[in-house]
Every structure is written in structure tokens, then in C-alpha cells.
Design a binder for this molecule. Structure first.
Ligand SMILES: Cc1cc2nc3c(=O)[nH]c(=O)nc-3n(C[C@H](O)[C@H](O)[C@H](O)COP(=O)(O)OP(=O)(O)OC[C@H]3O[C@@H](n4cnc5c(N)ncnc54)[C@H](O)[C@@H]3O)c2cc1C
Length: 224
């Protein structure tokens, strides 16, 4: 991935061609989008058919971490070294135009191509699991009981280098045709805000257990 030139992709298949001015290839943009979202869509081919599966993920430097049960088809297939395409999208606003044609959304999205590597070293597995757990709420890993040997054996961890990657960003207002600007139709942006609700304690929680700092920070970071 190029650090310095946000306008140049590393490979031709990551070159954004439609609305090319929205393409970004710099590390900062790619990482900031990955860090702001929680769910990735992981695409790969099984028995000749494409399948796309939603997953949690973590990012640590230039690595994207995925995990799952060692028994899952997804893990078995990715461990074989098949090509994978991972997509992450954040929607920021509805773009409501005067014409049906120019309706859109403001968004920030990332598409990564590559081959995931099955991690076998226990310390590296723990490193990946920490990245995934802390991606949900920074600091959470250090607050909870870590996996024991049996849990670690049952969990597969996969690493995907964020090398062949593009971001695409739409972050502007309505673009209507000149001749439609006088139409008697409301046009503009409807922002999409994401907030977290008040945490609901687990029913089995002992009454003297206080809320973990990572959860307090998570909720506060969403504006509540
Ligand atoms: C927000 C979110 C986060 C998740 N995070 C993880 C994660 O980090 N790790 C992990 O292993 N799993 C995660 N899951 C579950 C994951 O989506 C898969 O269900 C699971 O990984 C099994 O995949 P598989 O291809 O091995 O399953 P299989 O059961 O072999 O899939 C067979 C078929 O079941 C259907 N299917 C499978 N999963 C889904 C689904 N989620 N929704 C609808 N249909 C489905 C599809 O038709 C698929 O072809 C997450 C799910 C969600 C919604």
C-alpha cells in the first residue's frame, strides 16, 4: 500500500474507476475507515460459488485479523489459502436529490484483496484475538479472562495483510442537474448518527461488580 500518494493504487484491480475522484489509497484513510467500523463482509469462493459472510475483525498495523471456530467452513476454506475479498462500509448520510437519478449516500468504504494466513503460533493467536477484542472496545482484552488452552485450540485465527487495498469516499452534498435546481422538491443531506444505548447488565452479574472502564469509555465515545 502506498503511504504517500493517496491517488495511486498498488494494483490495477484496486483502481477505482467509477467516480475515480472518490478513490483513496493512503494508509491513513484506509486504516481510519477500518478502525471506525466493526463488521467486515468476507467474500470467497466455495465449490465454484461466491459466498459473503459477515464477521468481526481487528486491525493491528498493516494486518487485518479474523477469527472463528476451527470447525467452521469459512475457517477451513480460508486456511486452504483461497483468495479472499474483505469489504467494510460506513454510511454517513442519505443524499436526497431533486431527481430520482441523483439520489445517493455519503459513505466511506474499503475493499481488501489477498490470501489469509492461518496463524498457528499461540502467542501470535493471542495477539490477533486481542486485536479483535480491543477493536470492539479498546482495553477490553486486559479486563477479561483470556482464552485457556482448550478455548485457544478451538479458535482459529487468520491474518490478512492490508496491502492490496482501496478506499472510496463520498463526502459531499447533492449534485443535481442545473435544470433541476429550481424544482419544488426538498433536497439535501440526512446525516446518519450512530450512538450506543445505555448498557444493560447481564442477569447473572453480581450486584457489586462495577462497569468496566472499557465499556464506560465505549459508551461515552459514542456521545452518551
Ligand atoms: C455481525 C456478525 C459478526 C460475526 N462475527 C463472526 C466472527 O468474528 N467469526 C465467526 O466465525 N463468525 C462470525 N459471525 C458468524 C458468521 O457470519 C458465520 O455464520 C460463521 O462464521 C459461519 O460461517 P460458515 O461459512 O463457516 O457457516 P456455514 O454454516 O457453513 O454457512 C452455510 C450457509 O449458511 C448461511 N449463513 C452462514 N452465516 C450466515 C449469516 N451470518 N447470516 C445469514 N446466513 C448465513 C449462508 O447461506 C452460508 O452459505 C458473525 C456474524 C455476524 C452477523
Amino acid at each position: 500500500m502506498t503511504d504517500n500518494d493517496p491517488t495511486e493504487p498498488t494494483t490495477e484491480r484496486t483502481r477505482v474507476r467509477r467516480a475515480a475522484d472518490r478513490g483513496r489509497y493512503d494508509t491513513e484513510t484506509v486504516h481510519s475507515i477500518l478502525d471506525d467500523e466493526q463488521v467486515a463482509h468476507v467474500g470467497f469462493v466455495v465449490d465454484g460459488s461466491p459466498v459473503v459472510i459477515p464477521m468481526l475483525y481487528g486491525r493491528d498495523g498493516g494486518d487485518l485479523w479474523l477469527h472463528g471456530s476451527v470447525a467452521s467452513r469459512l475457517v477451513r476454506r480460508l486456511s486452504e489459502g483461497v483468495e479472499v475479498c474483505v469489504e467494510v462500509t460506513i454510511v454517513d448520510a442519505y443524499v436526497m436529490a431533486r431527481s430520482a437519478f441523483h439520489h445517493s449516500m455519503n459513505y466511506r468504504s474499503v475493499v481488501v484483496f489477498g490470501t489469509a494466513e492461518l496463524v498457528t503460533d499461540d502467542d501470535e493467536k493471542l495477539h490477533g484475538l486481542r486485536a479483535i477484542t480491543d477493536h470492539l472496545a479498546p482495553g477490553r482484552w486486559d479486563e477479561v479472562r483470556g482464552p485457556d488452552r482448550r478455548e485457544l485450540r478451538q479458535t482459529a485465527v487468520l491474518r490478512l495483510r492490508i496491502d492490496e487495498v482501496s478506499a472510496k469516499v463520498r463526502g459531499h452534498g447533492v449534485v443535481d442537474d442545473e435544470e433541476d435546481l429550481g424544482l419544488d422538491v426538498w433536497a439535501g443531506l440526512v446525516p446518519i448518527a450512530r450512538t450506543l444505548g445505555a448498557p444493560v447488565p447481564d442477569g447473572d452479574l453480581a450486584p457489586d461488580v462495577v462497569m468496566s472502564p472499557s465499556i464506560v469509555a465505549l459508551v461515552e465515545s459514542s456521545g452518551n
